[in-house]
Design a protein around this ligand. Structure first.
Ligand SMILES: [Zn+2]
Length: 214
């Protein structure tokens, strides 16, 4: 099992080979920005918000090590593993805090750094990779969205969408923060919980692949 530092070593290695600008946050988490100057619009992929959900970070690493990222249309910002505390402990929380309910400027310093980093960007697309222990895999879709981005992601993965009228019960989620910046093509994916670690990686791989190929 990859430790947090081992994961970051490999992620920085492959991202650097793609020409990424690398930022290391206070907690050791990495932001990789690929094609940072030549494209105005940005696609952002986040993962590892919950430390016990390992499929997303590992899928991102696997994809970048094996398959091409499309850099023609977007600047790509990848935050593959932002919860160093939960990763080590195999815990959803970060020092007792659910980062997907407290993603605001009162959060841990690395969350504030992410907010400061992303706020000036012109973010066109956002995907946050999660897992749901009780479900078979789905993509959240907001009923108020006037686009079909969530359907496109779900179709590529081969899973249903779950429609919600709002995300109020999530409090200050990552998706709520991104939407506050004016990015409305924002989705949260939930990989199946009761499958093998390899199947979780494969599911997240498809989700990442969809964004990577745009
Ligand atoms: Zn989660």
């Amino acid at each position: 099992m990859l430790s947090f530092s081992e994961f970051n070593y490999h992620f920085v290695d492959v991202s650097t080979s793609l020409g990424a600008d690398i930022v290391a946050l206070d907690n050791g988490s990495i932001i990789a920005s690929i094609n940072p100057k030549s494209r105005k619009k940005t696609k952002v992929i986040m993962s590892g918000v919950h430390g016990d959900e390992r499929g997303g970070p590992l899928a991102i690493l696997k994809y970048l090590q094996n398959k091409k990222l499309n850099t023609d249309n977007y600047q790509t910002i990848i935050l593959p593993l932002i919860n160093e505390d939960g990763w080590g402990k195999k815990d959803r929380h970060h020092t007792g805090i659910d980062l997907n309910r407290n993603f605001n400027s009162s959060g841990p310093s690395h969350v504030r750094q992410i907010i400061d980093y992303l706020s000036p960007k012109e973010i066109d697309l956002f995907v946050d990779l999660h897992e749901d222990i009780d479900e078979d895999g789905f993509v959240y879709k907001l009923s108020t969205d006037s686009h079909n981005f969530a359907d496109q992601v779900a179709s590529h993965i081969g899973c249903p969408t779950v429609v919600e009228d709002n995300h109020d019960q999530w409090g200050d989620s990552t998706e709520k923060f991104i939407r506050s910046l004016g990015c409305f093509k924002a989705v949260t994916t939930e990989a199946p919980g009761k499958v093998s670690p390899e199947e979780k990686i494969n599911w997240n791989y498809k989700a990442f692949e969809f964004v990577a190929q745009l």
